[in-house]
Structure formats: C-alpha cells, structure tokens
Design a protein around this ligand. Structure first.
Ligand SMILES: Nc1ncnc2c1ncn2[C@@H]1O[C@H](COP(=O)(O)OP(=O)(O)OP(=O)(O)O)[C@@H](O)[C@H]1O
Length: 494
C-alpha cells in the first residue's frame, strides 16, 4: 500500500486528512512538525507523496522544502495553506511543490492531487532514468533496487566503479545485469563516455569477430569498406559483453589478447590497433561450469571474473515489485497515451506473489500487455491473464471459460478459438527452457510445462490440446498420468 506523509500541527485537521487518505487506499503516516517530517522522509525513501502545511511552529513548510532540496529528498510535495496568499504559494511551487490547496479541502480534490503528484513523480523518474541512460550517467538512484537483497549489489557497484577492475555480472535472464553495468560506468571516471553493448549470443558465429574488432575493406566477400568494431566504438568508454559465455572459442582467444594487450586486430588488418576500453561482461549461465567443460577458455574466465557481482532473481526481491510496476505503468501508459492511474490491490498482490522466472523483463512485458488490455483506470487481475493462469492453473482456466459469453450458434467445442487473453506471455522464448537455477531444464520438464501450458491455453479442451501438440489423445492422457497431472486436470475439463 502506498504510504503518504501528512504534516500538520493541528491534530484534528491531521486526523481528518489521514482518514481521507486512508479511505482512498493509501497508508497515511503523520507528523505534527517540520523536523519530525524530515526524520520520517530520511528514514523512508519510498513514501509516495507528502501533504505539507506551510505554517508550523518549529520548521515551516518552506523550511522543510529547502532542507529536502539540499539533502536530495525527492518525495513529491503538495502544499496546504490556511490562507490563499498567492506569494507563498508561488514561492512553494518555485521550490518544486507538485500542487497546492487551501484548507478545508474536499476529499475528492485531495485524492486527485495525491494521485497526480505520484503519477508525475513516477513519470519524472522514468524520464530522468532514460536521460541518464542516454548520456552515460546512469547511477544507482536511477534503478529500482531498494530490496535488502540488492543492497550488496549496489555496494559492489560503487566499489567496482572506483577502479578499472574487470567485472563479471552474473544472474538469471532479465534481472537487470545491463543496468548494473551502466551504474558502474555512470558512477566511475568513464561516466558520459560511450557505453557499447554487444549481445554475444545474438551474433552469428561467423560474424562475431568482425562485429567485435571490425574489418578492413576486402577482408571477405561483402566487406566493401573499412568497418569499425564494437571495441573501437567503445574507445575511452565501456564495452558491455552480454552472454559472454556464448562467444566461439576462436573469438575468445582474440578477446583475451585484446584484454591483455589493450590491442585489437580488425579482420584483414595488417597491424593491431590500440584501444582503451573497460570491459564489463555478463552471463546467465555458470561460466565456471562452461570453463570446466572446456566450452569457455579458463584463462579468459579468470581474466573476466576478477570482480564478480551476482544479481539476485526478482523472486528474492519481491519488495521492489510495487515500485517496478508503478515505474512501468508510468512509462507504458504515457507511451500508449492511456490514462491509467495505477494498479488495483488484488492485481498487485498477484504480481508480488508470482515467481517471475523471466524476472524484470517478464514483469515489464506483463505490465506492457496489461496496459494494452486495460479498459479502466486501474490494472486489474484480468489484465494479467497469463499470470492468473499460471498462478491458479486449471481453476482459472475453467472460470475463464465460464465467464466467456455463450456462442449464438452451436459450435463444436474443439473449434472454439482460444481466448485472446490466454495468449502466451511475450517473454523471451529461451526462458521457458531454463530451470530455477538458470540451467537448461530436463526434456521431460519442458514437455510437462508445454502440456500444462497448452491445457491452460485451450481452456482444458483436451482434443484441441492433443491436436495442437500433434499427438493422439491417448498419448496425451498417458503423459498426463506420467507427469502426475491427471487427477488435477482431466477430471471435468476433458
Ligand atoms: N531495477 C530496475 N528498474 C527498472 N527497470 C529495470 C530494472 N532492472 C531491469 N529493468 C528493465 O528490465 C529489462 C531487463 O533488464 P536488463 O536488460 O538489464 O537485464 P539482463 O539481466 O541484462 O537481461 P539478459 O540476461 O536477458 O540480457 C530492461 O528493460 C531494463 O530496463
């Protein structure tokens, strides 16, 4: 529940305002003076907004705002005054207040003001983070990482930023490894310099060398001009090598040389070229295991892994989910030009309880999709059909069918199209093949997951499921028994 801070030296007024906030679904915190308000703000950086009285005996409203500006406390402020003195209101707005009202205020006006202030704040944070990303000045403050599990990661980033030490960022897919690399760059002496990203797993093996180190005209068929590689583009800056474990062995040799000598050799070049690049690499596979099995050079592994930073999966930092959801709502609602005010508590509970195997990228996609689906002012559980289906499994699939309108003409059940809202999450396909530890899952597990998914997708219509999977119904039933799914799924859905 979003916390709001109400600051008023009149205890009756304070209680009234707190009650309005409470009824509107916020959790009110209260303070009777400026100093007390500041103590609360310093302690809790996640307060959504503050209603601040201008006139108070100890430190007045303007004084509070001055200290906030000095200390970088960014909670949005709504000013309340007893008298509408234009002069004070103007100076409060100049100081950065989001809104003001004159007491007594109507509950509706107060709630709208709170919501607008929060929405604006979330949008400003998105814009700030985007600008920081573009200018290479991204810092820990631009990332949502308040959960205790992230504290160590942020401390390690600060340490890594102070030296040119090679960093290996490890973590499941979609946990935010690239953002961690950006923080290291944005808080170190290479801030503002180029930040070049290469996804080593996405380049065809025959092109990797040319992409990384560049090539000279005529080096191979189609090389019609000299082409700088990513190392040259990152000169004086940072090169982020994502999925570094996917590099072909021959390219690993050249990478090692580039790191050891500070020299690269473009394909077809007669001499090496000097480059000054800080390399930060990332992997979602155990690089050590790849090194042990000979798929990754051990010498390169030790060269890259001088300073490892492990980013925990989202399920271990669920405390950050509400802030992440608000961040994505602000961004996508603005992009889609939709007036979406937030997320309804049951929907937020659903997201907080879900395990997010695809981590923040999956959450980002789910919110994006929900914004597109949403017809109201708040995102509701129905806007997250995949999460509902995966959380409740068969129950929700069955109730989704029950909720769909009856067809006007008789339709054979197998011909009913799958409900639009049961489409698979637009999550990277590879995620579905990874188990909880980030390793490729056993084939049987993948098959089991595909069957469960197909059953939810077709609302329990087994003939449809069998047809889609291109297996006979008897094979399907045999597999259901084999995977222990039979009792749960087939009793009344078949
Ligand atoms: N703490 C965060 N706050 C806001 N957005 C985040 C945060 N962490 C990750 N994201 C967003 O989630 C998406 C995935 O993050 P990122 O690309 O950094 O993950 P990754 O671990 O590098 O993924 P992969 O392993 O697939 O390369 C990005 O769009 C990123 O902006």
């Amino acid at each position: 529940m979003t916390r709001v801070l109400i600051v008023d030296d009149d205890p009756v007024q304070l209680r009234l305002t707190a009650e309005i906030a409470n009824r509107a679904g916020f959790k009110p915190l209260t303070a009777t003076g400026g100093e007390q308000a500041l103590t609360i703000l310093r302690d809790d950086r996640n307060i959504g907004a503050m209603i601040l009285d201008l006139v108070m005996p100890d430190l007045d409203g303007m004084g509070v705002m001055e200290v906030m500006a000095r200390e970088g406390l960014t909670t949005p402020v709504i000013i309340q005054t007893a008298t509408a003195s234009l002069e004070t209101v103007v100076s409060a707005m100049r100081q950065g207040a989001a809104d003001y009202f004159v007491k007594p205020v109507s509950p509706e006006r107060l709630v709208i003001s709170l919501r607008n202030a929060m929405k604006l704040d979330a949008l400003e944070a998105v814009v700030r983070a985007e600008r920081a990303r573009r200018t290479g000045t991204f810092t820990a403050a631009d990332m949502i990482a308040k959960a205790p599990a992230m504290a160590r990661v942020i401390t390690l980033c600060a340490k890594a930023a102070k030296s040119p030490i090679p960093v290996l960022v490890e973590g499941e897919t979609g946990v935010g490894k690239e953002l961690i690399a950006r923080i290291i760059q944005g808080t170190g002496d290479r801030a503002g310099k180029p930040f070049i990203t290469v996804n080593c797993g996405a380049i065809p093996p025959n092109l990797v060398e040319s992409v990384l180190f560049g090539h000279k005209k005529g080096a191979f068929t189609g090389a019609i001009a000299d082409q700088a590689g990513k190392f040259a583009e990152a000169h004086n800056g940072t090169l982020f090598l994502d999925e570094v474990g996917e590099l072909p062995l021959e390219t690993q040799v050249k990478l090692l040389r580039a790191l050891q000598e500070g020299e690269i050799e473009p394909v077809g070049a007669s001499r090496p070229e000097r480059v000054n690049v800080r390399v930060i690499s990332a992997t979602n596979r155990r690089l050590l295991n790849l090194a042990k099995s000979g798929e990754f050079r051990e010498d390169l592994y030790y060269r890259l892994n001088v300073f490892p930073i492990y980013v925990p999966p989202l399920r271990e930092r669920a405390e950050d989910i509400p802030a992440l959801v608000n961040h994505f709502i602000a961004r996508f609602a603005a992009e889609a030009r939709k007036r979406i005010l937030g997320i309804a508590p049951p929907a937020l509970d659903l997201l907080v309880d879900y395990a997010w195997p695809g981590n923040i990228r999956q959450l980002e996609n789910a919110v994006y999709r929900a914004i597109v689906l949403c017809d109201g002012a708040y995102l509701e559980p129905v806007d997250f059909p995949q999460i509902v289906a995966q959380t409740n499994g068969r129950d929700s699939a069955v109730s989704a069918i029950a909720a769909s309108p009856a067809p006007k003409v008789p339709v054979h059940i197998d011909d009913v199209p799958a409900r639009e809202r049961m489409l698979p999450d637009p999550m990277p396909r590879s995620d579905r093949f990874l188990d909880a530890s980030g390793e490729i899952a056993a084939l049987a597990e993948i098959e089991r997951a595909a069957i469960v998914f197909a059953i939810a997708h077709y609302g329990g219509r087994m003939s449809r499921v069998a047809r889609a999977l291109k297996i006979g119904r008897s094979t399907l039933y045999r597999k259901l028994h084999e995977y222990g799914l039979a009792e749960d799924l087939i009793s009344d859905a078949a």
